[in-house]
Design a protein around this ligand. Sequence first.
Ligand SMILES: NC(=O)c1ccc[n+]([C@@H]2O[C@H](COP(=O)([O-])OP(=O)(O)OC[C@H]3O[C@@H](n4cnc5c(N)ncnc54)[C@H](O)[C@@H]3O)[C@@H](O)[C@H]2O)c1
Length: 333
Amino acid sequence: MKAFITGGCGFVGAHTAAALLEAGHQVFIYDNLSNSYQDALEALQDISGIRLPFVHGDIRDGERLLQALKTSGPDVVFHFAALKSISESFEKPLDYYDVNVSGTVTLLKAMQSCGLKRLVFSSSVAVYPENSPSPCSESVSSVGAPHPYGETKVIIERLLTRLGESKPDLSSVILRFCNPAGAHPSGLLGEKTRQPQGNLFPRIWQAARGEIPRFEIFGGDYATPDGTAVRDYLHIMDLAEGCVKAGEYSLRHQGTETFNLGSGRGASVLSVLRSCERAAGRKINFQIVSRRTGDRPEFIADPGKAEKILHWKARKNLDEICEDAWRYELHRG
Ligand SMILES: NC(=O)c1ccc[n+]([C@@H]2O[C@H](COP(=O)([O-])OP(=O)(O)OC[C@H]3O[C@@H](n4cnc5c(N)ncnc54)[C@H](O)[C@@H]3O)[C@@H](O)[C@H]2O)c1
């Protein structure tokens, strides 16, 4: 497969590139580096021995995108370029609709004008409403998010469904990601962003390094085994392998299909912290503070459909996620 990856220098994109190369596929990367660095390309070269073709461009720049698609002639487009912070999406809704929704429309038009028919799209479990069951399968009757970020994903999912109805020879694979974490086992590639990270793992590592005085846990009185919120975390390389399987599936499939990519296992914030302490070999200061509005006590995805149809399953456990993430933290210094 010849793969074209938008956002290919980012966390998911670069690890998917590594997994695609590992599986013997070819990769072309398109990224504006607004939240990533060209280092990712060097790390990919160190891991695979291959210098990847790269175009520095914005997905809203239709001309540049079209040129890059024509030059690379991919079988499958993996669309990961997006803005992804829930809190920032409240402050900058216009940017979120512009990059995520308009950017996707521009990409789909460019794909259409050069006859490309296969897309793997990075959606999120953020599209599941707060009252969804846990574990949650793709068959829930409605999707909808209480924040602009999640809404952009809902809109794109609907757009892809409508587009598929109008053009039955298209193949769109919508992947609803849970919480990827960890790093490539080489320690050379990991999560390195330009924007400050509000996610759980980056905050834990900041506390482990002493860059912040303590890690704050939002809510310790949920009805969960240890009182802290439970989420579905999966290793970034498991997620990347799921993306590869989705790309391979798109080669033999037509229509729009949606899959959860999660581990199907829940881990509490406190258990993640303990696992990070084991990986780093040190105690990490933490403090339990009040709950955040909108956080639910537990969310776990049901990955059964991906297992059945894509023949994919997350294999790595929480300790492996933390060990690989910490190895990368040490490497990048
Ligand atoms: N990481 C997660 O926890 C998570 C969870 C669910 C869904 N997702 C989705 O997966 C995708 C990838 O997420 P990620 O964690 O790798 O994010 P990331 O920020 O690490 O990567 C996104 C990449 O896209 C690039 N980019 C952003 N705007 C662009 C634009 N206008 N034109 C070209 N490139 C642009 C950035 O420079 C970056 O390299 C996103 O669509 C995100 O919404 C991520």
